[in-house]
Design a protein. Structure first.
Length: 288
């Protein structure tokens, strides 16, 4: 705590001194870094000093950055350099987010520096796959919160960098062996308290099967089958939510993939839009 207070006092003195002294813009002697557009500093994780010199060099760099009017420092610590984490914490840094390879920490140079939050949501998909016999592709998960069996749609979580269209077709194929063509996104559910304090968005998509032979993913799925849709909608082992989203997929046109001009990388963007030919009348007029 003493180190935190002393560091804050030192940086405050450097900042208040700027009332009569121009801000220093020479940051060549600081830790290797890049600057962002929000008066922040991102320390180069590939050129961190050794453990013995880290605290001293970090401290002097923070003083220089504060004197130059910077507000916040981002420090990515690779797993191999984990010994730096407590050293950074002693200088006032706090955890922001982490993955299996590194942890990101932040250190305020001014007390009111804004720190954007990390990702707050998981994203999942479910597929309403209906064959030409009006049979719905359904699964019963092997690993579930209750011993009671229940039927649901095949689906799962998106992988990093994966589009919704690719995720739902992949999940349907992995869990059931059915290849399917994406048709439309029909509805979604948003809820809080899902996992590790995060929220969840679950997108429901309508697909057309390209084959009907089943190959169950036995590791995750206890049963998969083609069930008559009317039976599914009245089945006691189907939740009201799952019945409702299937009815939505059967009755609503949904929104379909569409590319928007002006965006250059389809690997990064995915758009879903209503069919403009359905009605040219403004939405407000259609609803009175």
């Amino acid at each position: 705590m003493k180190a935190l207070v002393e560091g804050a006092i030192r940086r405050y003195a450097a900042i208040t001194k700027m009332g009569t002294t121009p801000r220093s813009t020479d940051l060549s002697h600081t830790l290797a870094h890049t600057a962002d557009h929000f008066s922040g500093i991102l320390i180069d994780a590939d050129h961190l000093p050794d453990d013995a010199h880290f605290t001293e060099e970090l401290s002097s760099s923070m003083d220089a950055w504060a004197a130059a009017g910077k507000r916040l420092v981002w420090l990515k610590v690779p797993l191999a350099r984990a010994a730096l984490v407590p050293l950074a914490a002693q200088k006032g840094f706090a955890f922001h987010h982490a993955n299996e390879h590194d942890v990101m920490m932040t250190g305020r140079l001014v007390s009111d520096a804004f720190i954007p939050t990390h990702a707050t949501h998981y994203v999942g998909v479910g597929g309403v796959v209906l064959n030409d016999r009006r049979e719905l592709l359904v699964v019963c998960e092997r690993h579930r919160a209750t011993s009671r069996r229940y039927y649901k749609l095949p689906g799962g979580a998106l992988q990093a960098g994966e589009h919704l269209v690719d995720a739902v077709t992949r999940e349907v194929l992995e869990e059931t062996g059915v290849e399917a063509r994406f048709e439309a996104l029909v509805c979604f559910r948003h809820w809080h308290g899902y996992r590790y304090g995060k929220s969840d968005i679950y997108f429901v998509c309508r697909l057309t099967p390209l084959n009907t032979d089943l190959t169950m993913q036995a590791e995750e799925i206890e049963e998969c089958l083609w069930m008559p849709v009317d039976e599914y909608l009245s089945h006691e082992l189907v939740s009201p939510f799952n019945k409702r989203i299937v009815r939505a997929a059967l009755s609503a046109p949904g929104v379909t993939p569409e590319w928007i001009e002006g965006h250059t990388d389809p690997a990064r963007y995915e758009f879903f839009m209503p069919d403009e030919t359905h009605s040219n009348e403004p939405l407000a007029n259609r609803h009175g």
